[in-house]
Design a binder for this molecule. Structure first.
Ligand code: ADP
Ligand code: MG
Length: 384
């Protein structure tokens, strides 16, 4: 099916629409790993025009040595990043506007999700040489604060926490599990470290140490459990004077979330969610699916209470929060099923409407169009 060509410079501004603002959904493909190439993997994800994603299914031919292209599916997102995209490009397109909004007292959240090994932690945390969204956001925040004021009017506090097996832990001060409590500001983790940050320099080391404190797989020490969710909360407090020159305190919060591996755990309908509930699958991820489904369907009741993750994210998902999803996929056809699942879920997430806010400066985002080709994936298993 032919798709309208994407404009040369698609605006990534926060869109305003009649029925509320939809969340922005991005896809990032990581480079093919050496191991995958050696195993004969073929690239099954192609990005065209910076927005369109083509997922191709290959099946082994009779001799099982060659792969035949079977069929494909096409998706369109707000922007899609090829394996050559830099961390800075990904940050600028996905998160920089949220940082600006946080400085105006609005909440924002960025989720990375996808199967284990798809590039979530690389996108969020990155490396010392190529820092990811978390570090670039804080760097940008400090430089924006410097441009705005030199009187120390803004205070930046960082909290980094993990949800693993329905237990919340402080990654900046590991120890006991934290208890969630409801207070005036919403759900808070009692006793969570709020690290006052003064510059970017200290942040990478702090977050790397935090990441090392994430729960590891019992069988493979050093390897972060694929079931661990990490949330970095960046709280910006500042003071402004109102018309009567009274000082008022304001606050904006940015949540940057490196979700657990989504393999087998993302469900797009309630029936699948119920069938997975019995199977000891990541409860927080399922609860997130449920909340997203409820938001997509415009339900009044959003089941935030069903897990620790969704309780913590209550003010960062839906409501008046700006939400961004980055779906990470591997290019390998060996991960076809997982990629398909991730892209399908990302496609659905585009339908979430939040109340949002009117950002007068924002340009409208072009409406996306998705080719809804129905496919049968009976050969999927054979293909793996
Ligand atoms: P996840 O957190 O989703 O399980 P990782 O972020 O740990 O996956 O990525 C798996 C591997 O792929 C890591 O070795 C990581 O450094 C590498 N990787 C992921 N994305 C990229 C990228 N965009 N560029 C280069 N290497 C990447
Ligand atoms: Mg990871």
């Amino acid at each position: 099916k032919r798709v309208a060509a994407a404009p040369k410079n698609p605006s990534l501004g926060l869109s305003r629409e009649k029925n509320g603002r939809r969340i922005l959904v991005f896809v990032r493909v990581r480079p093919l790993a050496k191991k995958e190439a050696e195993a004969g993997a073929r690239c099954c994800v192609r990005i065209v025009d910076r927005r369109d994603v083509y997922l191709t299914e290959f099946a082994a031919e009779k001799d099982y040595l060659r792969l035949k292209r079977l069929r494909g599916r096409h998706f369109t997102f707000d922007a899609s990043f090829r394996d050559s995209a830099t961390q800075q490009e990904v940050y600028s397109a996905t998160t920089s506007e949220l940082v600006e909004a946080v400085l105006q007292g609005r909440n924002g959240s960025v989720f990375c999700y996808g199967a284990t090994g798809a590039g979530k932690t690389y996108t969020m945390l990155g490396t010392v040489e190529s820092p990811g969204v978390m570090v670039l956001a804080i760097k940008d925040l400090f430089s924006k604060i410097r441009m705005r004021s030199c009187d120390g009017n803004h205070a930046v506090h960082l909290s980094y926490l993990e949800v693993y097996n329905e237990t919340v832990r402080d990654l900046l001060s590991p120890g006991r599990a934290l208890v969630l409590r409801e207070d005036k500001q919403g759900i808070v983790a009692a006793g969570l470290t709020q690290y006052r940050a003064y510059s970017t320099d200290e942040v990478m080391a702090l977050l790397q140490q935090g990441n090392r404190n994430r729960t590891t797989e019992p069988t493979r020490a050093n390897e972060t459990s694929s079931r661990s969710h990490a949330i970095l909360q960046v709280l910006v407090e500042y003071r402004v004077r109102d018309a009567a020159m009274n000082i008022i305190n304001k606050m904006g919060k940015l949540s940057l979330i490196d979700l657990a591996g989504s393999e087998r755990a993302l469900a797009t309908d309630q029936r699948t969610i119920r069938s997975l509930e019995g199977a000891n699958i990541n409860r927080s991820l399922l609860a997130l699916s449920s909340c997203i489904n409820a938001l997509v369907e415009g339900k009044k009741h959003i089941p935030y209470r069903n897990s620790k993750l969704t309780q913590l994210l209550k003010d960062s998902l839906g409501g008046s929060c700006n939400t961004v999803m980055i779906a990470n996929v591997s290019p390998s056809n060996l991960s076809f099923g997982e990629n398909q699942n991730t892209l399908h879920w990302a496609d659905r997430a585009k339908e979430i409407r939040t109340k949002g806010y009117a950002n007068e400066d924002a340009l409208p985002v072009p409406e996306t169009e998705t080719d809804q080709v129905k496919l049968v994936f009976e050969l999927q298993k054979e293909n793996r």
